[in-house]
Each structure stands twice: as structure tokens, then as C-alpha cells.
Design a protein around this ligand. Structure first.
Ligand code: NDP
Length: 462
């Protein structure tokens, strides 16, 4: 029987969440069309996690060359070419983007290039052509948020930073979140003079306080200038192309001016729903423009769904992927499926790196009456020979009553790799005794997690 629809699922946005939903839906037998207005792969692949990690790798070399002398190597003075790095990164990203598109085609998804707009609950228009869809999935991700202030048009965001024609020698980074601290490490490692200006009292609000303080100290010790309680009042472009920035520094707010070659704003991201026609189609949006959805990704319009950053929940690629997969299962599988997001580990590819899973000390105290806190702060093996001062922090938060480990946190080499594995144990409900019973793997930093002895206890104040 003829159907009034061109497809069962029309996906708007070829990023992590949209591509996963499209492929799984197609594998479940649905007829699927996807549209992307930029490049397949989305923020993560094109101008997010993947190119960022490549730049992080590049920025480590300066330290490695310096450390090599402590191990007997003589390294001739090293030089670095920003254009070469960007070209190599672009080639890798193009390969990955093409792979995303190929995987979609291999799954039988019809792939369109162009900006899509929702016309009504069952119609999407791309390049002037209407497509009738039984279901529409909005997976358009997010876009950098820039506060209004004089001269903000001279600032760049994470959209532009990956393709700067030249490396800025003096960089001001505004913000104290993931992107700000990651790019502070990248530019510092590549040899730029980096100033990070954050409006609050400590970087990385929302992370465990010990991690925040430890990372701050390590970054500052490496030479990143961190200005807390600092606001930007305006940016002026000078005739030589440099930027004069007005700053109010510190809790007394003393005004001052400083010159930079680039100002990177990393002040959060907002859902990308402008010009999508969602409000006109009756879709409820939150105050940031995010699509309001239930645990299954359904909006208030029964045929329109959303996953990933556009829903303004947890803005992480693996979460979007889970949500996309769950939505495809719900629509075309055998049972409604909600993404299980009970234990979401997270990493910040700062220098040193952060890995974290579960509750922070403060969050744990909101949930249980008493916690045991275990910490180790040490210099990792090899750092001594290299003459480095960098210290590693590992920390476990344990519910005193049940002895269940509620959170594991680390700042130091390979923190992300280590915490990913610990996330399995924590998700399974491991206790401190389980950690203690696990034989250490020596010599590693990770073994500290199974040899922690010194504890402090905190009780919830009522
Ligand atoms: P974050 O939300 O992490 O941080 C935003 C920062 O900007 C905060 O320090 C915030 O301060 C500050 N800020 C917000 N508004 C203003 C303002 N008007 N003026 C001055 N400062 C302001 O956002 P990012 O942009 O760093 O990253 C966006 C998201 O992308 C992250 O939240 C994360 O979900 C994802 N991401 C994940 C990565 C990873 O997994 N490694 C890497 C990069 C991004 P305050 O704390 O005071 O609100």
C-alpha cells in the first residue's frame, strides 16, 4: 500500500546523535533520510572533540622535548609550524567526515546536503524541496554562546579557532569551562603566551573542588596566566590588527587594558534551533532555544523528536550517541528505550588531564549522610628524571554507610583512560573493599586507586 510519506525518519543534522539514530533506524528496516548543512560528523568530528584532541597531542611535544634531556637525549632546538599542523588536522578530519557519510550510505540512509527546515509536523524542506516524514528527528547540536559587549565581533569561538591562518602569539581565553582550559593548554604548549580570564572564583565550576584547585595550580605553574573574578569590558581592534582588551580584574574590579593577538570566547554553547521552524510547528522550546523532550527524546509534537546538544541536557558526544540509538530503538525496535545515563564519565583534556566519574565531594554530601574521602597527591614516576614538578591527584568518594564508591576523580597523565575503566566498576556498585581487594598494577599511576589508605570523613550538616 502506498504511504503518504517519503520516509519513516527524517534526521536533521549529521553529527554524532543524528548519524547514530539514522544508521540504527535504517538497520532496523526503516526508510531514513538525513540532511546536514555543513559537514557530516558534526561538532565533535569537525570542530570539537576530535580536532581538539589532535591539537592537544601536538601541544604535548614541547614538554616531551624538554623532558627528554633528563633521560639522556639531546634534542636540537625544535620548531613548530601551525599551518602544517592545521593542514594535517584538516586531512584527518576530511577522512573522518567522508567515513561518516559512507557509513550512512552503507546502512541504506539517503544522504542530503543542505539546510533543513521543519514546515509542519510531518514535512521538512531542504533546498526548496519538501519531504514528507512519518517521524522527524532534530539533532542539530549547539553553537557557541557569545555575551554582548563592545567589540565582541573581534573575538573568535571554537568554530574559528581550529582554522586560524596563523598562530596567535598572545591569546586571551575567556571562560573557565571545558573549552577554555583545554585551549589554554593547547596554545601554551604550542608556545603562545596564554591568559585565561574567568568571572568566578575558580575554574571548572561543577567539578570536584580538589580537582579545580589542583588543575589551577598546575596550569599556573606551567605558565598559563589565570585571572579569576575577571570580566572583559570591551575589545578594540588596533591598526596593526592586534586587540586591545578592557579587563576588570579581581574582586575589587580594578579596570585595566591589555593587548592580545586573539581573544577566544569559550563561554558555553546554546542549542542550535534558529531558523529551523520548530516553534512555528508547535514544538516547545526552553529559554535557550533547546527542544524540550522526555526521557525517550519525544517532544510535545508526537512526530517530532530530538537528541543530543539541541536538547540542552548533557552536552557530550557519547551521550548524544546513546540518545540517538535509544530513539531509533523506540521508534523502530521492539520496545521503548531510554538512554541509560546513570554513570556518565567525563574528561577534560587540559594539561594535566582530568578524568572524573560519579559524584563530587559536595554532590555526595547532598545524597548521603556521611562520606569517606581518600586522596593521593604524588609525583608520577619519570617526572623526577625529567625535572618536572607536575603532581598527580587521585581521589575517591565513598559512602561511609554502604562503603560504595560514589565518585572517582583524577588530575594527571592518562586520567581519561584510567577513569573510563573505573567507570565500569563504579557503575556496577563497587565498594572500597572491592577496590582494596584488586591487585595493583605496578608501576602505574592507576594503582593509587587500589592502594588508598588515608581517609578523612565528612558529615552532612543539617
Ligand atoms: P562550559 O559550560 O564548560 O563553560 C562555560 C564557561 O563560560 C564557564 O566558565 C562560565 O562561567 C563561563 N561563562 C558563561 N557565560 C559567561 C559570560 N556571559 N561571561 C563570562 N563568562 C561566561 O562551556 P564550554 O564553552 O567550555 O563548552 C561547552 C560544552 O561543550 C561543555 O559544557 C561540554 O558539555 C562540551 N565540551 C566537552 C568537552 C569534553 O568532554 N572534554 C570539551 C569541550 C566541550 P560560570 O562557571 O561562572 O558559569
Amino acid at each position: 500500500m502506498a504511504t503518504p510519506f517519503d520516509c519513516q525518519l527524517f534526521v536533521i543534522g549529521g553529527g554524532s546523535g543524528g548519524v547514530r539514530a539514522a544508521r540504527i533506524a535504517a538497520n532496523l528496516g526503516a526508510r531514513v533520510i538525513i540532511a546536514e548543512n555543513f559537514r557530516y560528523g558534526g561538532t565533535c568530528v569537525i570542530r570539537g572533540c576530535v580536532p581538539k584532541k589532535l591539537l592537544v597531542y601536538a601541544s604535548h611535544y614541547a614538554q616531551e622535548f624538554a623532558d627528554a634531556a633528563g633521560f639522556g637525549w639531546s634534542v636540537p632546538p625544535a620548531t613548530f609550524s601551525w599551518p602544517k599542523l592545521i593542514a594535517a588536522k584538516d586531512a584527518e578530519i576530511s577522512k573522518l567526515s567522508a567515513m561518516y557519510e559512507k557509513n550512512l550510505l552503507n546502512s541504506g540512509v539517503q544522504v542530503l546536503q543542505g539546510a533543513a527546515r521543519v514546515v509542519d509536523a510531518h514535512t521538512v524542506e531542504v533546498n526548496g524541496q519538501p519531504w514528507r516524514a512519518e517521524h522527524i528527528l532534530v539533532a542539530t547540536g549547539g553553537t557557541p554562546f557569545l555575551p554582548a559587549l563592545p567589540g565582541i565581533e573581534h573575538a573568535i569561538t571554537s568554530n574559528e579557532v581550529f582554522n586560524l591562518p596563523t598562530q596567535p602569539k598572545r591569546v586571551l581565553i575567556v571562560g573557565g569551562g571545558y573549552i577554555a582550559v583545554e585551549f589554554a593548554g593547547i596554545f601554551h604548549g604550542l608556545g603562545s603566551a596564554v591568559t585565561l580570564a574567568y568571572r568566578g572564583e575558580q575554574i571548572l565550576r561543577g567539578f570536584d573542588d580538589d580537582l579545580r584547585a589542583h588543575l589551577h595550580d598546575e596550569m599556573a605553574q606551567k605558565g598559563v596566566r589565570i585571572l579569576l573574578h575577571t570580566d572583559v569590558t570591551g575589545i578594540e581592534k588596533q591598526s596593526d590588527g592586534s586587540l586591545q582588551v578592557g579587563l576588570r580584574i579581581g574582586s575589587d574590579g580594578a579596570p585595566t587594558q591589555a593587548g592580545f593577538d586573539a581573544v577566544l570566547y569559550a563561554t558555553g554553547r546554546v542549542p542550535q534551533t534558529t531558523d529551523l521552524g520548530l516553534a512555528e510547528a508547535g514544538v516547545a522550546l526552553d529559554k535557550t532555544g533547546g527542544v524540550i523532550v522526555d526521557a525517550y527524546g519525544h517532544s510535545n509534537v508526537p512526530s517530532i523528536h530530538a537528541v543530543g546538544d539541541v536538547t540542552n541536557r548533557i552536552a557530550l558526544t557519547p551521550v548524544a550517541i546513546r540518545e540517538g540509538a535509544a530513539l531509533a530503538q523506540t521508534l523502530f525496535g521492539t520496545a521503548p528505550t531510554a538512554a541509560d545515563l546513570t554513570t556518565v564519565p567525563s574528561a577534560v583534556f587540559s594539561q594535566p588531564q582530568i578524568g572524573t566519574v560519579g559524584l563530587t565531594e559536595e554532590e555526595a554530601l547532598q545524597q548521603v549522610a556521611q562520606i569517606d574521602i581518600y586522596r593521593a597527591n604524588f609525583r608520577a614516576l619519570g617526572r623526577g628524571l625529567a625535572g618536572g614538578k607536575e603532581r598527580t591527584l587521585v581521589k575517591l568518594i565513598v559512602d561511609s554507610a554502604s562503603q560504595r564508591v560514589l565518585g572517582a576523580h583524577m588530575v594527571g597523565d592518562d586520567a581519561a583512560e584510567i577513569i573510563q575503566s573505573l567507570a565500569v566498576a563504579i557503575r556496577m556498585g563497587a565498594t572500597k573493599a572491592d577496590f582494596d581487594a584488586t591487585v595493583a598494577l605496578h608501576p602505574t599511576s592507576a594503582e593509587e586507586f587500589v592502594t588508598l589508605k588515608e581517609k578523612t570523613t565528612r558529615t552532612r550538616q543539617v
